[in-house]
Design a protein around this ligand. Structure first.
Ligand code: ZN
Length: 83
């Protein structure tokens, strides 16, 4: 992963990768995700999942979908703009 300088100030409007200019595709990586799944064992011995839950206990990172630059400093913006 390449390191890029954090731009000063908060992004206004659309975020743009400071390394390659990509403004379309971004990849979120969640570290240390705990996935809990509840199963019911059926009469024939098979299992059916009835409930699952995932919890992120680690860092969530954001990468440019084009050049893989670490743009985690934009992650708060993405969260705010997620509809
Ligand atoms: Zn990029």
């Amino acid at each position: 992963m390449k390191k890029v300088q954090m731009p000063s100030g908060r992004p206004l409007g659309r975020i743009v990768c400071p390394h390659c200019g990509n403004d379309r595709e971004f990849i979120e990586v969640a570290r240390n995700v705990v996935v809990t799944t509840k199963y019911v064992q059926n009469n024939d011995g098979s299992f059916t999942p009835v409930e699952d839950d995932s919890e992120v206990t680690g860092k969530v990172e954001l990468y440019c979908g084009e050049c893989d630059a670490d743009v985690s400093f934009f992650h708060d913006h993405l969260t705010e703009m997620l509809f």
